[in-house]
Design a protein around this ligand. Structure first.
Ligand code: HEM
Length: 145
């Protein structure tokens, strides 16, 4: 999994809780990376699950809630890093429809070693959309965020 997913996660933990909590979740786990991540590096996705599990224990918030909050946080950060993916779109539904056929396709061109989910989207009405998500990762709540 790309390092940006880890660096942003630890930054969110520092901002939302504290730098001490971020250190604690690293220290509680045996990590091949030793908790040192660069945004362009590639790391074992299990490390993210270990970090979030530790965080859940320390702050007493369920894992799903934390992962969903992280999804919200990450999207705001992607808006800063990749504004081009948000340009010329007026609605959230329009944006969500571009992930599978544009955004993640571009991400895959940039990095060959990513493991991205796939989405099928169908607009049902102005207020309803169906999105089918396939992934080998247990990150449904990231998607929900
Ligand atoms: C500008 C917008 C976006 C960018 C640049 C982006 C990029 C990425 C990157 C780099 C990863 C990590 C893949 C890896 O390391 O293996 C990822 C994973 C993921 N992305 Fe996106 N993404 C964007 C928007 C979205 C949106 C809007 C959704 C959901 C509606 C989404 C759903 C996911 C999920 C669920 C994963 C975790 C991997 C999995 O479940 O298999 N992404 N994305």
């Amino acid at each position: 999994m790309k390092g940006i997913i880890f660096t942003e996660f630890l930054e969110m933990v520092e901002i939302t809780f504290s730098p001490a909590v971020a250190d604690q979740i690293i220290e509680q786990n045996e990590l091949d990376s030793n908790g040192v991540y660069t945004s362009v590096g590639n790391y074992n996705k299990q490390e993210l699950l270990k970090l979030v599990t530790s965080l859940s224990g320390i702050v007493n918030i369920p894992i799903d809630v934390l992962v969903k909050e992280y999804g919200k946080y990450l999207l705001k950060r992607f808006l800063v890093y990749y504004p081009q993916f948000f340009e010329e779109l007026t609605t959230t539904f329009d944006f969500l429809c571009t992930i599978d056929r544009h955004v993640h396709v571009e991400v895959e061109k940039l990095y060959t070693d990513v493991e991205l989910p796939s989405f099928q989207t169908k607009r049902l009405s102005d207020t309803q959309m169906r999105m089918i998500y396939h992934s080998s990762n247990p990150l449904l709540y990231l998607l929900k965020g």
